[in-house]
Design a protein. Structure first.
Length: 155
């Protein structure tokens, strides 16, 4: 039941790091010596990655973290849990599994993707409409607060 908040992160404040065959915009968390401009309630890393055609992008991920990739341009390949290549096409969100580093290989046209990882907080999730809370009672309270205009005062 944290108070709602909004964070404006202008593009000019997002650090960009060049890696072998990739450009990485560090939105939240830390990567390759750069710190993200966005503040988060729980430690997460969010990267906007552009990978050149047929290039690899490798990133170390702690074993305790969960991570996903959302490809918004092009395709990337990564080994699945059995080591076989798995293609992640444009418009696809893929949960990555395994331990140690993640290596993504861009297709022939290159790729652009969002990469996120963080320590799972293992809290229950209840959702309905625009509200995501921990219990159905909290969702009902959020709807009540919204209908009474109480959320407007918290912003």
């Amino acid at each position: 039941m944290s108070p709602p908040r909004y964070q404006d992160v202008p593009a000019a404040r997002i650090a960009t790091v060049a890696r072998d065959g990739a450009s990485v915009r560090v939105i939240a968390g830390e990567a390759f010596g750069a710190k993200g401009a966005a503040n988060t309630l729980v430690p997460v890393r969010l990267l906007d990655v552009t990978i050149a055609a047929a290039s690899d992008f490798t990133l170390e991920v702690p074993d305790s973290h969960a991570c996903f990739v959302y490809a918004y341009e092009g395709t990337v390949r990564e080994p699945d849990r059995d080591g076989k290549p798995r293609e992640i096409a444009r418009g696809t969100l893929a949960v990555l599994e395994g331990s140690g580093g993640v290596t993504l290989t861009a297709g022939s046209a290159g790729a652009k993707l969002l990469f996120a990882d963080g320590q799972p907080i293992r809290e229950p999730i209840a959702r309905y409409g625009p509200f995501v809370m921990n219990t159905r009672e909290e969702v009902a309270k959020a709807f009540d607060d919204y209908s009474r205009g109480a959320l407007d005062r918290a912003v």
